[in-house]
Write a protein that binds this ligand. Structure first.
Ligand SMILES: [Zn+2]
Length: 257
């Protein structure tokens, strides 16, 4: 793992798996997020050191036994699933998410979406966010620009024809993106902060541990809805993170809020 500076945010780049990672969105938003942070810091300095996140309890009350935590005090975290839809395990992932009332983000491959169109409609109907993962799982930066754009555009068009919704987010396979692509395509690249490496192991404990050990506010968890071990891990990850005061959100809420 190495640390890189992007805009005014320091972020982490890992290249442990085939996808690699790069917080591409921070290039676009880093500067204004940094500006907002500066304004908030200044406001905090003017208002003293009071922490909004830990309001004082009324006299005589105690936090002991209080289990209800207001929604705005919860830590946001996003589950993301790449490479689907898968004919078997996407349905199982949707089932776990539905039982837990948990929203997630699915970065679909065009070729799989073409083959499993009902699953694309189902993901959308269940309220999850759908993003683009290219048509053939290609490394877009290694292709001629026109071909790379076609890989992405064809997938966006297919998703829109099935859901009626324009695709706004792309997760480039292998985590590589370029300014040329950003200029040509009106899409926001979304990388990740927690790599479960679920595609490398059938060890459910290991997948769960990678998430619980690296979970953080505004984290983005990378998983793949093509494996049984991912489904089993998800069944444990949801209650574990909820017990740790996390709220699952779609990835746009982590990036834009
Ligand atoms: Zn992928």
């Amino acid at each position: 793992m190495r640390t890189e500076k992007c805009g005014s945010i320091i972020y982490y780049m890992r290249r442990l798996d085939g996808d690699g990672t790069k917080m591409g969105w921070c290039r676009r938003y880093g500067n204004w997020i940094g500006a907002v942070c500066l304004v908030l810091l200044a406001a905090g300095a003017l208002a003293g050191t009071e922490d909004r996140r830990t309001p004082a309890l009324p006299a005589g009350t105690s936090s002991v036994g209080m289990t209800e935590i207001p929604e705005e005090e919860k830590k946001k975290i996003a589950l993301t699933f790449d490479d689907g839809p898968h004919p078997v395990y996407t349905e199982e992932v949707l089932q776990v998410l539905s039982e837990g009332h948990v929203p997630a983000t699915f970065f679909l491959l065009g070729q799989n979406a073409e083959e499993h169109q009902n699953l694309v409609r189902e993901i959308d109907a269940e309220g999850h966010l759908i993003g683009n993962h290219t048509y053939h799982h290609v490394q877009v930066t290694s292709l001629p620009l026109d071909q790379a754009c076609e890989e992405i555009q064809k997938t966006s068009d297919l998703i829109e024809s099935l859901t009626g919704k324009e695709t706004e987010y792309v997760r480039p396979p292998f985590g590589t993106w370029s300014e040329e692509l950003e200029d040509r395509l009106n899409l926001i690249p979304v990388m990740w902060t927690i790599d479960t490496l679920d595609w490398t192991t059938e060890n459910v404990d290991e997948i769960v541990r990678r998430v619980t050990e690296h979970a953080e506010e505004n984290g983005i968890i990378l998983m793949h809805d093509g494996y049984e071990s991912t489904v089993r891990a998800l069944e444990r990850i949801v209650p574990l993170l909820e017990a740790d005061n996390y709220e699952f959100v779609t990835v746009d809420r982590v990036i834009m809020d």
